[in-house]
Every structure is written in structure tokens, then in C-alpha cells.
Design a protein around this ligand. Sequence first.
Ligand SMILES: [Ca+2]
Ligand SMILES: [Ca+2]
Length: 309
Amino acid sequence: MKKIMVLLLVVVFVFGSILTVVAQDTVDKKVKITEKLNKLQNTSEAKGTPNFITGHLSENAINNDSDALAGGFTAAGIEISTDTYEPNGSMTDAYGLTNGLAYSSYIFYRSDEDYYYFNTKGAGTILVTLTNLPSNYDLYLLNSDGTAVAKSQNGSTSDESIYFQTDLPDKFYIKVVGYGAYSTTQPYELKVIFPDPQWYYEFVNEELEQDDYNNSIYSYTYEKLGAQSVDVHISIIQPYYGDILYIRDLDNNIVATYEYDMLKYVGMDGIWASVGNCSIRVELVRSNTSPVCDYYIDQVGYYLTYPLF
Ligand SMILES: [Ca+2]
Ligand SMILES: [Ca+2]
């Protein structure tokens, strides 16, 4: 019995020692971990922000990385920026331009290049302007083969412009480059005017008003400087017996006359009147002055190789 008691005591003692050692070991580990954490914290505090990027990558490497990243996202069709008309980094992806409109866009990262295109419909002058530059960007005009037919490479943030005479209808491309310069905040402005002769129309709401100097003459003049021809549409509410409409050109020559016998059948279909220069005057001569407007100009148009804004 005594032997058993002694054995038990020995067992309890040994087991207790083991527990003490294990417990001490755990405490030691905890202390070490805390020390390590403190060290790490002190190190990062001493260095400020963790500079694992600037400390190990050159500026070029970072730029190349951001280029690759931006290019990769763009190629994958994922929009990661506020850049406009992207992707337009090649002739194949070029963005189509409307004659005479201004476009705002960005060279958004170092290797960004922007392509645009337009189609000419005849011989004439192409005018391309690139303005509001944040850096030294340059401008190129390419033909449908991709050959640069004109370029503008002014220094610093000077505006770029190209005048180019074309003989035949063709598809042209514009290329904007920054050669490493870029801006994500200041957009450049691009505008092109190219040969595309056609009628351009505008809606108006003009009464044929009584002329101050003559009680019986009502008139309206539409002028579009530079236009090859202009025309107006006259809607007729109520013609009176004796009314006569005259159409005059820039030189005040009468190019058409409409008398009552004709006017009474026109009605709301109205009349399109046209002259071969930039100014048209519609003149209504009435036998009786009327307080009510019976003739309206509701549409005007001009013929030119490019639209005027
Ligand atoms: Ca761009
Ligand atoms: Ca330049």
C-alpha cells in the first residue's frame, strides 16, 4: 500500500513538472511572438508607410506595369478609366468623326495612342486642329493605306493643325500621340472639317413680319456666310387675294415670283425656295395689311462642303 502511495506521488510530481514545462514553453513562445510583432511594428513605423513598391521597383518599371495593366484591361474590353472613345489604339479600332464637331479625349497613359477616321466625299481641303494640350502631343493625318500624308509637331503645349488638299474621296485617319506624355485630367480637343458637300438643314419658327418702312411688305432674310446655296421653306396659313411672294438673292435680284392664284393652292405643304448664293430674302407684298401672321418660315437649309456650327 505504501509502495502504491509513493508511486502515485512520483507520478503526480513528474506529471506536474511536465505541465509546468509545457506551460512555461507556451509563455516563452507568446513572449517571442509579441516581441516579433513589436519589432515589425517599430520597423514599419520607422519607415513610415510600407514602401514595398517604391523601394523595389524603378519608376520605369512602375510606368511599364501601369501601361501593361491599362493596355491589358483595354484589350479585354474592361473599362477602368474615364478616357473617351476607347478602345481606339489602332486604325482598326479608330473612332468615326462627324464633320465639324469638337471631340474631347485623353492620352490617358504613357503608351496611349488615339486613332480617329472620317470619309471625304469629294475634292477639297481637310482641316484638323488639336487644341487644349496638357503636354507636347503631336498630330498625324494618314490615308487609307496608313501612310502619313501630313503631320503637325509643334513644341510644348502649342496647338497642332493640319491643312491638306485632297483630290478624291477617301477614308482618312487621324492619330494623336503623346510620346510618353499623358494626362488623366486635362482632355485635348480634336476637330476636323473635311469635304462632304450636302444640304444641311435647320428648323426655325419665324413669322413673315411687317417691314417698318412699308405697311404692305413683309420680309424674312436667311443668310449663311460661305454657303454655296441657301433655301427656305414657307408654310402658308391663309393667303389673301392680291398677295405676291418674291424670292430675292444676295444681290437683291428676284429669282422667283408666286402670285395669289398659285399661293391659294399651296396651303400647309408650303414652298421650298432656293438661291445660288449665301443669302435669301422672302418678300411678301399684301394688298391689305393684316394683324395676323399668315406666312411662316419653318425650315432653312444651306449647301456647303462642311456644316457650320
Ligand atoms: Ca485615349
Ligand atoms: Ca506637339
